[in-house]
Design a protein around this ligand. Structure first.
Ligand code: SF4
Length: 353
């Protein structure tokens, strides 16, 4: 709740959202990412991780308006997948993902030019948490996209098509996925966009199976090895499950790692009475805790994505009220020159997984 909004004002906004949704009926669907706050999740028709929401967006062929409550690359992804006659609306365009913004297209193009000089076939793979122009780069260079839910399958696909993977922009997901495939750190090359490969031994480039971009998520790198040790010390026998955007050190100390949908499923289907420490975004962990009162659940640490939570109910209401009057607030558009290539990359991912 924002400082300038009282509890009764918030309640009134939520009621108005429900009324507007009712009035708009089947003309609108609201998709919300797991990391959104409860008041947004409560007004959504579908809640999920980025892969689940991408699939939902692709399915909604008869719905003219898709309202996407997540960060901007997710809303753009829905725009790419939906048909031209549909509109995608993002309630707060300022809600962006800092991880996605760690790889700019000029840097990625420069890296690709350098890597193409190598004598092996390298497949570019963009994490879904990337801006659309990077997905387009993958689409026009035989590459694809992955989410944290399908990264392993996508890497396997990439290795079936080439000798190495160029993965951006999350170093930790790249390393954790490579480790799961038995690839050691000495077979990885950390791509620092500021340095490139100009000053690096060509031998290291030759040996690398995975090139990982030097980017990170501030929400997931907040979890430290000491947090895992502390929670294990505090609760005997506790299971620790973390998101693969956490560092490899944290993943190695945990019992398992997986995307938000995997974390949710794992905890929900675990034995009553079991205990869990969860290392991912706090709003999501809190909701799992509330919905599973038969288990002992704690966050590994309180870590909030303050970018996801920029979307507030008043922004959602503005979009819905606008639709009632025929206005498109937060209309998402993607430049014509990149949309087809980005769609190619995304469709490849949806076919692979
Ligand atoms: S949790 Fe991390 S990766 Fe996800 S939107 Fe927030 S900053 Fe980006």
């Amino acid at each position: 709740m924002s400082a300038e909004e009282s509890a009764s004002e918030r309640k009134e906004i939520l009621e108005k959202i429900a009324q507007a949704k009712n009035k708009l009926g089947k003309d609108v669907i609201i998709l919300a990412h797991f990391y959104q706050e409860d008041d947004i999740v409560g007004g959504a028709d579908v809640v999920g991780d980025s892969l689940q929401l991408a699939r939902q967006a692709a399915k909604q062929k008869d719905v003219p308006y898709i309202v996407f409550c997540g960060v901007s690359f997710m809303a753009e992804m829905a725009r790419i997948i939906c048909s031209p006659g549909q509109e995608v609306l993002h309630p707060e365009p300022d809600a962006r993902c800092p991880l996605a913004d760690m790889a700019g297209i000029e840097q990625a193009e420069a890296a690709w030019v350098d890597l193409k000089e190598s004598d092996k076939k390298i497949i570019p793979v963009a994490y879904v948490n990337s801006n659309t122009d990077l997905k387009a780069l993958c689409g026009r260079n035989d590459g694809t996209v992955c989410t944290s839910a399908n990264a392993r399958q996508v890497f396997e696909y990439a290795f079936s098509k080439g000798d190495a993977v160029f993965f951006f922009p999350d170093e930790n997901l790249g390393r954790n996925t490579a480790h799961a495939l038995g690839i050691a750190d000495h077979e990885m090359f950390l791509w620092d966009p500021a340095a490139g490969i100009k000053n690096t031994s060509k031998d290291r480039v030759k040996k690398a199976k995975v090139f990982v971009w030097k980017g990170y998520c501030y929400v997931h790198t907040k979890f430290l090895p000491s947090d895992v040790l502390k929670v294990r010390n505090e609760t005997q026998g506790i299971n620790v499950i973390v998101h693969p955007e956490c560092t490899p050190e944290v993943v190695a100390l945990s019992d398992s790692a997986g995307s938000t949908s995997i974390i949710k499923h794992t905890v929900e289907t675990s034995e009553p009475g079991s205990s869990w420490a969860i290392g991912t975004e706090w709003n999501f962990v809190y909701r799992i805790k509330v919905h599973n009162p038969d288990k002992f659940i704690v966050p590994l640490k309180r870590s909030v994505c303050s970018d996801m939570t920029k979307i507030q109910p008043r922004h959602l209401l503005q979009v819905l009220e606008g639709l009632k009057e025929g206005k498109l607030h937060g209309r998402v558009s993607v430049a014509e020159e990149i949309i087809e290539d980005a769609r190619t990359a995304l469709k490849r991912m949806l076919e692979i997984t």
